[in-house]
Ligand binder design. Sequence first.
Ligand code: TRP
Length: 451
Amino acid sequence: MLKEITTERAVFATKIGAVATTVGSAVGLGNIWRFPYEAGVHGGGAFMICYLSFVFILGVPLLIAEFVMGRGTRANVFGAYRKLRPASHWNLFGILGIIASLLIISFYAVVAGWTAEFCLASLSGQLEFASEEARHEGFMTFTSGSNSVVWTLIFLAFNFMILIGGVTKGIERASNILMPIFFLLLLAFCINSFFMPGFGEGMKYLFYPDFSKISPSVILGALGQAFFSLSLGLGCMMTYASYFSDKNRLGKTAVTTAFLDTLVAILAGIIIFPAVFSFNLSPEAGPTLVFEVLPHIFYQLPGGMIWSTLFFLLLFLASLTSTVSMSEISISYFSEEKGMSRSRATALSAFISLVGALLCAFSFGFLSEVTFFGKNFFNLFDYLSSNIALPLGGMGCSIFVGWFVKRKFIKDQLTDFGTFKFRLLNILIFFLRWFCPAAIFLIFLNSLGIL
Ligand code: TRP
């Protein structure tokens, strides 16, 4: 007899697998590439202190809010708002999330393409440049050339192939093995940093807060980075939580995710900044910072080529587990709300990402002159999504869960329908109702120069 065809949604097979996948979404280029470059541009310690505060006082409650909405409704981001408040306009936050997720994949795929190119260039010995100038030149030629476009496309093709295979199989298996290896490699480089001449200076830059450097743009940048790194604000974590089993403890998963994600970002900082000062580079290089600094670190070690290849390979894979989670936002929307088959939904999401990614990849080449408010496509997509859409989406989700979702619904999700206790419920609801939305709103006003 034919096996019964079920229409049930997929569920992550194991509890640990679900946590690993969530961490896999959070850990990616946001930690290794974006965090050091943002911290470098925004003055180091001053940025760090804002970032850490935002992760724990805003990020954790919002992660829990997304988890509650996702697992409680078992729907995509649009559907989650719709199910909880039918016939309202709240689902516009779902639409915002879907659009912003596609913008993020667009520039993310370009940077992930650089990691692929660097991995291969390490393997073939091309990354071992004779001088700093040659390295800088090499990187600039690469990003503006057609190679980078090809690598972006290759990355998107990998992303597509994983997604077409479904949620539980590919992603879960890959993240379970990959993330621990990546973590060990980062630890090894951290230990290596300790022996660099610029260690003290680098650590001071990263951890010593010069309060006079805290400005509206530092605060907004840190907020955007905290949300970006935690995959928050667009319903990404909501979508993943909709695949959690009923046994996943949401509060614990949120704290574990925030802790591990932040740890990886801090490790990346400890790897990058001592090297920046040891090799007399500038911390303010921007998006290219990490790509210019890392090879310096690898190639002063014995077996540089191996370190370099391995690192960029793992970073490439860590990026994949993140873009897979971003793509899932629009794919689950297209398939559940628009009635498309999963493969069609995946193809549509891939096509939109492809167009966006081409615009971003060419921003380093012939589109570099096309700017909006002084930003090319790459920077514009990053700014609009990270500094505007993520905080706005986070604020919407916070107000929604705090004010419009029944307390019992939240409690049931957090206690597994009364199986265990969740002691912080009142504090959580207070944060979601008042503190998080107010803080985000004030940061917005502040950045507009109104406050
Ligand atoms: N957090 C991931 C990183 O640090 C990026 C990411 C994945 C993301 N999903 C997201 C960012 C959803 C914003 C929204 O690399």
